[in-house]
Design a protein around this ligand. Structure first.
Ligand SMILES: Cc1ncc(COP(=O)(O)O)c(C=O)c1O
Length: 458
């Protein structure tokens, strides 16, 4: 039996949760058009929709918020934010933004300007990044290693980019490549980490071909923890040192602070080139606000600064990763097909393996996510063909994997909650062959999984 150590914190404030009866859950799901984003908070018992902005802040973060300086320009809170991020990333230019996709809007809106048809090559761009790339008329090209698409393959760094493919793209189509990125950890591919070796190789290739190399560091501290634990030569390096080594390998980084900075809102871009930074600030003023607050209140800047400092100290991240690992190992022990080895922020159930009778075009992971809610009031999110599948020239192109993600909010749930999830998954496994596929009845042009309507196929 797997286990994990007690949390390095105790609970000071609680928020009630309640499991509504099955008939009410059925009504709620129907009203939500089988899209779990449309459920109301009070209709959910355990919410694993996302680990983004859903964590519990520390007492130090809450007290830092009281020191928030709300001066419009050059607030004390911005100076602290800037200094902390400079130290955290090792990069001198710091641009606040209200969340990750706002940073993407500023960064990709500039880098892809007048570059319609160009490519953004990544291990696996996340959905909001894909949205911004496509909105700017460019194309996401994902080249995660082949093993990264095999849920059962156990490798330490399944989020790595296939550098042979990158080399070949650069040799044959360098003109088409506008930006090269890596997502740390690879959220869309099971939360799998990227090795320092891979980051350095990609950085080198980008440099050789004069391409901008940018990192999506939403979960960089978790990625650094995996490097410390799994990559040779890093055992004795601190998380702080590893994070800096990662970030300084790139020209720019952007972060949704709602993950590894342990806050409910916030983000930023950090980079080396001051001329590029000034160009980004022009866009920032248009979309986010003055360059010293970028869509955030002074109190938010304080909470992020404290959150980032705490994230790389003590047992915070080690405990979190072990807690997530506990859920994944327990599901695996019970024969629930999960992405292995455990990644950083979520358990990913392999819906293709659990519901082999449902083809990708009938969204098996969405069907499973709906049944997790019906069975146990648990909200998860589909990361499969609903999120990433598309039609090209009339042909359906499925996502590489059909996953149900149970993203674990930071410092929110206890071991008993995870055991409950395992019990519900066991019950579902027993009746897996009764679960039916789904079809879309209405969808928007971009990022359809957030708002589309679905119905079960009878
Ligand atoms: C890897 C990654 N990049 C970018 C984003 C977008 O960040 P935000 O939700 O703060 O806009 C997310 C959010 O989940 C993410 O996981």
């Amino acid at each position: 039996m797997v286990n994990y150590p007690p949390p390095p914190y105790k609970i000071k404030m609680v928020e009630p949760i309640n499991l509504i009866p099955r008939e009410k859950r059925e009504e709620a799901l129907k009203r939500a058009n089988y899209n779990l984003f449309n459920l109301m908070a009070d209709e959910i018992y355990l919410d694993f929709l996302t680990d983004s902005g859903t964590g519990a802040m520390s007492q130090t973060q809450w007290s830092a918020m009281m020191l928030g300086d709300e001066t419009y320009a050059n607030a004390r809170s911005f100076l602290r934010f800037k200094k902390t991020i400079e130290e955290f990333t090792g990069l001198p230019e710091v641009i606040p933004a209200h969340q990750g996709r706002a940073a993407e809007n500023v960064l990709f809106g500039h880098l892809l300007k007048d570059k319609a048809g160009s490519w953004v090559v990544s291990n696996q761009s996340f959905d909001t990044t894909v949205g911004h790339i496509m909105y700017n008329g460019a194309k996401p090209v994902d080249i995660v290693i082949e093993e990264g698409k095999d849920p059962q393959k156990v490798l330490p760094f399944k989020g790595n980019m296939d550098t042979a493919k990158l080399q070949s793209i650069l040799e044959n189509d360098a003109d088409k490549v506008a930006v090269i990125t890596l997502v740390l950890t690879n959220n869309a591919g099971g939360g799998q980490p990227v090795s320092m070796e891979n980051i350095k190789q990609v950085s080198e290739l980008a440099k050789n071909y004069g391409k901008i190399f940018a990192l999506d560091i939403a979960r960089v501290v978790e990625n650094a923890y995996f490097i410390q634990q799994r990559e040779s030569g890093y055992k004795n390096k601190s998380l702080k040192e590893i994070v800096r080594e990662i970030c300084t390998s790139a020209d720019a980084v952007w972060m949704s602070a709602k993950k590894d900075a342990y806050v409910n809102i916030g983000g930023f871009i950090a980079l080396r080139d001051s001329q590029l930074a000034d160009k980004l600030r022009e866009r920032l003023i248009l979309f986010e606000g003055f360059p010293t607050y970028g869509g955030l209140a002074g109190r938010d800047l304080e909470a992020i600064a404290t959150g980032l400092q705490e994230a790389v100290e003590g047992e915070t991240v080690a405990h979190r990763v072990q807690q997530v690992g506990y859920l994944i190992e327990r599901l695996n022990e019970e024969g629930i097909p999960v992405v292995l080895p455990p990644g950083g922020h979520a358990a990913f159930i392999d819906a293709k393996a659990m519901l082999p009778h449902i083809p990708p075009e009938q969204f098996p992971a969405q069907a499973l996510a709906c049944h997790l809610y019906l069975e146990g009031g648990i909200r998860s999110v589909e990361i499969g063909s609903l999120m990433f599948g598309r039609h090209e020239e009339g042909k359906f192109i499925p996502a590489p994997m059909e996953l149900v993600r149970l993203a674990i909010p930071r410092r929110v749930y206890t071991k008993a909650h995870f055991d409950y999830v395992v019990d519900i998954c066991k019950q579902l496994k027993e009746k897996a062959d009764e679960i039916k596929g789904m079809k879309i009845t209405e969808e928007p042009e971009l990022l359809r999984h957030f708002t589309c309507k679905l119905t079960p196929i009878s």
